[in-house]
Design a binder for this molecule. Structure first.
Ligand SMILES: Nc1ncnc2c1ncn2[C@@H]1O[C@H](COP(=O)(O)OP(=O)(O)O)[C@@H](O)[C@H]1O
Ligand SMILES: [Mg+2]
Length: 592
């Protein structure tokens, strides 16, 4: 179990290194600066030790010139260290920023090419949490790792060198006691890992719930679900509290216990070193220390142990970062949708002939939905699809747009299999208006131009007039430049729908799809929308999923669906005359 975890961490670290590799020159500079900083920091105790010896050695006759010289040196060394530190921090920030940016970009790119089946079944909150908070936590850990890991490791090596030079015997005291703190920290860190991982998972769950609640506030209120949601929230919070508390408890043990070990080291050096300073080693003086050397030594012992505490802190932080990184990589490495075929052509100015041949499709492996679906649509024909909820109407549309691929059979536009066309060109030749409107935060104009960013004002106004949206847009505070939020803000459902129609009207592709576009709209607006639709559909192949009789009646072909199959097909009169399922639906006033 823990072996699997280790190899997972290793794999994640390798992946992180791949991102860092792009910034190798900066990393090298950063390490060099770290070396300079460490060297200078370690040089200061020597200078101070020298000063102490000058003060003591003179016996009342202090050489102030030498002392002054030493002080100047100390000042210069400190200044240089500070400057180097600043440059190194800036570079590290820069590296981290770019690594994080690259990772986020990759995540965003992946989200755009993930098969819809993934996003349809995944909670948005979880995905958002991976891209936002997990990446942030990772960045914090990475930055900390960069700044403290190098300097820490170099400080340990450097102090060791300096100490060995001064007194090998006292060095042994330090080296023997210090690793204790490291083992203590490591022991604690292994225990902390699980709790951090758990914390991340529970936090994602919480984000998902908040996201759901904020997005569906009205529904929550309408069904008086506040209590239930609150309870669920409390329950998640409880779990988050539990795992955070445990993670924090364990990681907070690290500091006091390492401090304790440091105190031991300091005391050991003071006692043994003091002994040597006073007595010398025997009387030969081979291992004797001056008082200045002892001061330097004490400060080395201090500096030597410090990175051990820091490194253990960094390790906990890095562990948390690695857990978060692995969650991001999980997303980045998700199987993308099948790429467009190498030979895929762009669909240009299609006539609008559409055919479906023996199409089979299922969302879930053991639940066949569409079976042996056949349909031929001539250019310019108007097809209405009717049938009870859940019979697969929207699914047919999903297949036409190639949001999902058929399992068997094929769908073709103008005689070309849609799998031999680029998705982009296929979709840009199909105008779609859905029941749920989709608007982005921005101006009305930006929302209309989405499919044709270079449209002129005249074109936009013409489209708006054709879609019967011009009059209400004109009455908005800033007309076409009025800002709206991504949920459409102050606009009514009907107005939002009119905007979406205007958007399609502006591009006016040869094939149109309207999926229950009028189901949530008042009758007056609906009449206007109907008119707009009628105008739009002239001479265009259109697929209409609708409840309203008027739209359906005028269709050239009505497809009557039931459980994923076409059960009847024909125009209104012939289907009524037949007296089958359609007649039944019709007579029940289309209570579909
Ligand atoms: N992304 C999906 N994953 C799994 N099942 C789905 C998905 N989308 C729709 N379904 C199921 O497929 C069936 C047909 O759905 P749909 O085509 O949306 O029906 P409708 O005719 O009401 O538009 C329903 O039973 C629905 O639950
Ligand atoms: Mg539907």
């Amino acid at each position: 179990m823990s072996d699997i975890k280790k190899t997972d961490s290793k794999k994640t670290i390798l992946k992180i290194l791949k991102y860092i590799k792009r910034h190798i020159p900066l990393v090298v500079i950063s390490i060099l600066l770290a070396a300079v900083i460490v060297f200078l920091t370690l040089y200061i105790p020597i200078l101070i030790g020298n000063a102490v010896d000058v003060l003591l050695g003179g016996k009342g006759n202090v050489d102030f010139d030498v002392l002054f010289e030493i002080m100047i040196k100390i000042g210069i060394v400190m200044g240089t260290t500070a400057l180097a530190q600043w440059v190194m921090n800036t570079i590290n920030n820069h590296i981290t920023y770019h690594v994080v940016e690259d990772i986020r970009n990759d995540a965003m790119k992946k989200i755009q090419i993930l098969p819809l089946s993934f996003l349809d079944t995944q909670s948005t909150g979880d995905v958002v949490s991976r891209v936002v908070s997990d990446v942030d936590t990772f960045a914090d850990g990475l930055l900390m790792g960069f700044t403290q890991l190098f300097t820490g490791a170099l400080t340990i090596l450097g102090t060791l060198g300096f100490m060995l030079r001064t007194s090998p015997i006292v060095t042994i005291v330090v080296v023997v006691i210090t690793p204790l703190s490291f083992f203590v920290a490591k022991f604690i860190a292994t225990h902390t890992h699980d709790y951090f991982k758990n914390q991340s998972v529970v936090r994602a769950e919480q984000t998902a719930l908040i996201d759901e609640m904020v997005g569906n506030q009205k529904i929550v209120k309408m069904f008086s679900r506040e209590e239930a949601v609150k309870e669920q929230f409390d329950e998640i919070n409880e779990r988050l509290h539990d795992s955070s508390l445990k993670a924090v408890f364990y990681s907070s043990l690290v500091n006091p216990s390492t401090r304790f070990v440091n105190a031991l080291v300091y005391a050991g050096v003071a006692v043994v070193g003091g002994f040597f300073a006073i007595k010398g080693w025997g009387s030969s003086g081979a291992a004797a220390l001056t008082v200045g050397e002892l001061t330097a030594f004490l400060s080395y012992a201090n500096q030597y142990t410090k990175p051990f505490n820091e490194i253990s802190g960094v390790i906990t932080e890095l562990q948390n970062a690695i857990v978060c990184a692995s969650r991001i990589f999980e997303l980045i490495e998700k199987e993308p949708q099948l790429p467009d075929a190498e030979s895929a052509k762009a669909l240009t100015k299609p006539e609008g002939k559409v055919s479906l041949r023996e199409v089979d499709f299922r969302y879930v492996p053991d639940k066949p939905l569409i079976k042996n679906f056949n349909l031929d649509v001539k250019p310019g024909q108007r097809i209405a699809i009717v049938g009870p909820t859940g019979c697969g109407k929207t699914t047919v549309i999903n297949l036409l747009m190639r949001f999902y691929d058929v399992d068997e059979g094929n769908i073709s536009v103008d005689g070309t299999d849609i799998r031999d066309l680029t998705r982009k060109s296929l979709r840009s030749n199909i105008g779609m208006v859905l029941q749920e409107t989709w608007l982005k935060a921005g101006t009305i104009k930006e929302n209309i131009c989405m499919g044709k960013p270079d449209a002129t004002d005249e074109e936009i106004i013409a489209a708006a007039k054709a879609a019967h949206s011009h009059s209400f847009i004109k009455r908005l505070p800033n007309g076409y430049d009025t800002l709206i939020g991504e949920d459409g803000g102050m606009l009514s459902q009907g107005q939002k729908q009119l905007l979406c129609i205007t958007r399609v009207m502006l591009c006016l592709p040869q094939i149109l799809i309207l999926d229950e576009a009028t189901s949530s709209i008042d009758t007056r607006t609906e009449i206007r929308i109907q008119k707009a639709f009628a105008k739009m559909m002239q001479g265009r192949t259109s697929f209409i999923v609708a409840h309203r009789l008027s739209t359906i009646k005028e269709a050239d072909v009505i497809l009557v669906m039931r459980d994923g199959n076409i059960v009847e097909q024909g125009n209104h009169e012939s289907l009524l005359a037949k007296g089958g399922f359609y007649a039944e639906l019709y007579n029940s006033q289309f209570a579909i």
